[in-house]
Ligand binder design. Structure first.
Ligand code: HEC
Ligand code: HEC
Length: 297
């Protein structure tokens, strides 16, 4: 027995040592508690490694909701319509100042002559509903028809016309927007084609037929939204029917091209605007891509 006992001798052999050991043990515990308490109460109360829950951070996150105008806008207040010049500067100048994408340049009487000859109502209809690369309302559907009309008067009066600024309660011309119909009427309209179209504009034939074959849909969308650039291959756009220009692009696969056509993209040869700048459904853009691809296969 004593052998085994001696092998595992305790460090504490006298009552005095026991008292010291117990006291030391309690000291360590108490010290530990004190340290814990000071740690908890004195360090800044941050979340797990971030300041994300601090009062400042939280108030920063919710600030936009309370301060950025939601509560200040009175939805029922009468809408103040912008003047023609302001609408023009904000929405139309992007294309019409420079004549981008085949847009008739403001101040270029030559470019506007034939268009003005169509008559005020036709021009206005095209501005509101869109025509080819000219997006409906210049791509800003929030504009009131009257605001578009003012912008049209503003820009045409700088380009050889002398129209009167429309009065406040406008006789709103055909506000209903049916994209397919608009495309058909647009294609049928007698305004000069911006580019030599490789395909005849036969879009008027199935007038207003709701179920259009996808090839027809593609051609229609192409004629209305893509031809301005792709017809002649301007601004670096791969030209319709030009196999060499399309081969490398076809290799990317249809989905990449759909995405580029719908979302727009900056490539090596130029900038392809989202949907060619038109406000048409994704399906029509895809159909137009298919249509262009079919022409080079
Ligand atoms: C994304 C470029 C773009 C923007 C933005 C744009 N336009 Fe155009 N616009 C065009 C193009 C391209 C044409 C020529 C279309 C055609 O005849 O093929 C055009 C043509 C027109 C025409 C002549 C239509 C006709 O019957 O000949 C009018 C009017 C017009 N735009 C008004 C406006 C107004 C008003 C705005 C702003 C609210 C605007 N545009 C914004 C590109 C644009
Ligand atoms: C304002 C001119 C313009 C209009 C309008 C336009 N495009 Fe383009 N598009 C371009 C340019 C420029 C490129 C070449 C970009 C590059 O590769 O640098 C391009 C490239 C493309 C490509 C090839 C994308 C790729 O991945 O290589 C597709 C597909 C395409 N356009 C589809 C369309 C469709 C569909 C429409 C009509 C809905 C349209 N585009 C209207 C300018 C235009």
């Amino acid at each position: 027995m004593s052998d085994a006992h001696n092998e595992h001798q305790s460090l504490i052999r006298t009552p005095k040592q026991l008292v010291v050991a117990v006291t030391a043990f309690f000291l360590v515990i108490v010290l530990g508690i004190i340290l814990l308490v000071t740690f908890v109460t004195s360090t800044a109360t941050t979340g797990a490694g971030t300041d994300g829950q601090s009062a400042e951070a939280i108030s920063n996150r919710i600030r936009p909701v309370s301060e950025e105008g939601f509560t200040l806008v009175d939805a029922n207040a009468p809408r103040v319509l912008q003047a023609g010049g302001a609408v023009y500067a904000a929405t139309c100048a992007a294309c019409h100042d420079s004549g981008m994408a085949g847009a008739p340049k403001t101040g270029d009487n030559g470019a506007w002559g034939a268009r003005l000859a169509q008559g005020y109502d036709t021009i206005l209809k095209h501005a509101i509903e869109g025509i080819r690369a000219m997006p409906a309302k210049g791509g800003n559907p929030d504009l009131d028809n009257l605001e578009v009309e003012r912008a049209v008067v503003f820009m045409t009066n700088k380009s050889g016309a002398s129209f009167k600024e429309p009065a406040e309660p406008a006789p709103a011309p055909a506000a209903a927007e049916a994209p397919a119909d608009a495309a058909a009427t647009a294609a049928a309209a007698a305004s000069p084609a911006a580019t030599p179209a490789p395909v005849a504009a036969t879009a008027a034939a199935p007038a207003a037929a709701p179920a259009i074959a996808s090839a027809d849909l593609g051609k229609k969308a192409y004629d209305s939204a893509c031809i301005a650039c792709h017809g002649a291959g301007i601004a670096g756009a791969p030209k319709f029917g030009d196999k060499a220009a399309w081969t490398a692009r076809l290799g990317q696969g249809a989905n990449v091209m759909y995405e580029h056509a719908i979302k727009g993209f900056q490539g090596k040869t130029g900038f392809m605007p989202p949907k060619g700048g038109a406000t048409i459904p994704d399906a029509e853009v895809k159909a137009a891509v298919d249509y262009m691809v079919a022409a080079v296969k």
